[in-house]
Design a protein around this ligand. Structure first.
Ligand code: SF4
Length: 314
């Protein structure tokens, strides 16, 4: 059982740290994701000593700056929250992902409203103070809002990125070499192809000559591009292309009826009649019957634990 460290806004775990003394408990996080993740809760506002309950806060445009203000008493808590956030960042280096609370002026990842002092909304494209600090310090880290995890595609994408990023962090911890870098690129080939064929080709060019480069610098550029590529949604058509590619490995040595069934279910998936898990289960069965060494190492066939049920809903 893997215990991947993932940060989380504390109110999502049921801690009563919100300004009104309540919480935003996400049962999906604490009852499902906690089976694979070691959730590490943080509350920037409670951590900054603002107390609970406390006046509600919002982002306000003050001159050129955006400040975190309690409009009830015009109390500016920006410096306290920023200082606390900065003090925590070093300790978050081992995280493989972070789940944030939506709409919060401290934790919200995106689409946070900014008001003027009169209370009018002047922007809707900000991020919370802690979220900004986190994403600037760890730009590779998969970050998502709990509310967006209700969307099947966004949830699957976040989980795929967390498990891939964990694989990368393990590689770096074990020691980078040209061989391990190429091995990572190979193992994740089908996943990357599903997200972007062009992006995968560009990554291949980046890794074309590893002898005359600073390997650490190249690896940093490589994983930055990979994590960017993995954020792109995978279309049904892209899944179909990858699955047809996988099917091509079973032209021989597999049961013809099973091959035909897999082909038919790929087509059914393309028509939206069955979820992704159906053709993929048949492809995995074929892989069990006639194992292919290269396919056996492809994360595309099992990018995360099956029990998450993510591909049942795609
Ligand atoms: S600051 Fe973040 S963790 Fe704390 S209550 Fe607000 S949203 Fe939740």
């Amino acid at each position: 059982m893997s215990t991947i460290p993932v940060g989380i806004s504390a109110c999502l775990t049921g801690q009563t740290v919100r300004h009104d003394g309540g919480h935003k408990h996400s049962r999906y996080c604490t009852e499902v994701l906690s089976r694979w993740f070691t959730l590490r809760p943080l509350c920037p506002e409670a951590g900054a000593g603002l107390g609970t309950p406390r006046p509600s806060m919002r982002l306000e445009q003050r001159g050129e700056a955006v400040r975190l203000i309690s409009p009830r008493n015009d109390h500016d808590v920006t410096d306290a929250v920023m200082a606390w956030s900065a003090s925590q960042l070093d300790a978050l280096a081992d995280l493989r992902g972070f789940i944030l609370t939506a709409k919060s002026p401290s934790c919200g990842m995106s689409r946070i409203r900014v008001y003027n002092p009169e209370g009018d909304v002047v922007r809707r494209d900000a991020s919370g103070l802690f979220a900004v600090a986190l994403m600037q310090r760890y730009p590779l880290l998969p970050v998502e809002e709990a509310a967006r995890l209700n969307d099947d595609a966004l949830r699957e994408n976040f989980m795929e990125r967390v498990f891939l990023y964990d694989d990368w962090c393990r590689l770096r911890a074990a020691g980078l070499s040209a061989a391990t870098l190429l091995d990572f690129h190979t193992r994740h080939k089908l996943q990357m192809l599903a997200h972007s064929q062009q992006g995968y080709r560009e990554l291949g060019r980046l890794l074309a000559d590893l002898k005359r480069v600073d390997l650490n610098a190249l690896a940093d550029e490589y994983i930055a591009r990979v994590m960017h590529l993995m954020r792109q949604r995978v279309s049904p058509g892209a899944h179909v292309n990858v699955m047809q590619h996988v099917l091509g490995y079973f032209r021989r040595n597999t049961d013809a009826a099973l091959r035909e069934a897999a082909d038919a279910q790929i087509a059914a998936y393309q028509r939206g009649e069955v979820p992704l898990v159906v053709p993929l289960t048949l492809l995995r069965l074929m892989q069990q019957q006639a194992p292919d060494a290269w396919l056996a190492r492809q994360h595309y066939l099992a990018p995360y634990p099956d029990a998450l049920g993510l591909r049942n809903r795609l």
